[in-house]
Design a protein around this ligand. Structure first.
Ligand SMILES: [Zn+2]
Length: 240
């Protein structure tokens, strides 16, 4: 069996859904009954900042509810990172499209939130990022510049560039195992990552509830809940 050295993992909505988090439904373009152009675009924020803040306040409340917790799939990825990085010359990067903090709660550290983070706000003037656990109003005063209404959710909205793409593509070009978990492969640029990994001659593995359009890009598939299939896969990787 091949001995991998550099693992890149991509996670998507599926892994959060297993923890009870509601995400954007591509099928009807709604997110918790709100239209995406109203709550997840720069234009929507400009038009009605109070509504947008309210929307993310509610998402933040839901995420911080006591019933929401990391699930065995999040735990398995954190364990993989921890043990993988004790091996000389081994590398690991977790890229998530999710904006919740469940990977952090499970203990993941080598982590990129390419679509931003629900528990952070950003000043539009200084680009400084703040961690917040409380509600934000449409004209709250920013702690860095003292201006009203400059704080926006640190979320990559539709029409905006995902974060840290350079670092992501560098890792993909150097990985020999690419693992995709709970992602439909419909949203670019993340949908192109499997292709990038294949070009780097990586072995590609997909864990998803059902086959996706990207079926052909993966060498191996596990269909089922990530919380059930991923811990066993991680065990097999770590027992080599
Ligand atoms: Zn500011």
């Amino acid at each position: 069996m091949t001995h991998y050295k550099s693992i890149v993992v991509l996670t998507g909505a599926g892994i959060s859904a297993e923890s009870g988090i509601q995400t954007f439904r591509a099928s009807d373009g709604l997110w918790e009954e709100h239209r995406i152009d109203e709550v997840a675009t720069p234009e929507g924020f400009k038009k009605n900042p109070a509504l947008v803040q309210q929307f993310y306040n509610a998402r933040r409340d839901a995420l911080l509810h006591e019933r929401i917790a990391a699930n065995p799939a999040h735990m398995a990825l954190a364990q993989l990172e921890r043990e993988w990085l004790t091996r000389p010359g081994h590398q690991f990067l977790l890229i998530t499209q999710n904006i919740d903090d469940l990977h952090e709660r499970a203990g993941s550290e080598k982590l990129i939130h390419m679509h931003g983070e629900l528990l952070k706000m950003r000043c539009e003037l200084s680009q400084q990022v703040f961690t917040i656990h409380h509600d934000i109003g449409g004209d709250d005063i920013c702690a860095c510049c003292g201006e009203k209404g400059r704080l926006r959710p640190h979320i990559v909205w539709f029409g905006e560039m995902p974060l840290k793409l350079e670092q992501i593509y560098r890792a993909l070009a150097n990985c020999d195992l690419f693992l995709s978990v709970g992602t439909s492969g419909n949203v670019y640029p993340a949908a192109g990552f499997a292709q990038e990994a294949k070009q780097a001659d990586a072995y590609t593995v997909e864990i998803n509830l059902e086959p996706t359009k990207q079926n052909d890009l993966f060498d191996k598939h596990f269909y089922g809940k990530a919380g059930e299939t991923l811990p066993a896969f991680v065990d097999s990787l770590l027992s080599r």
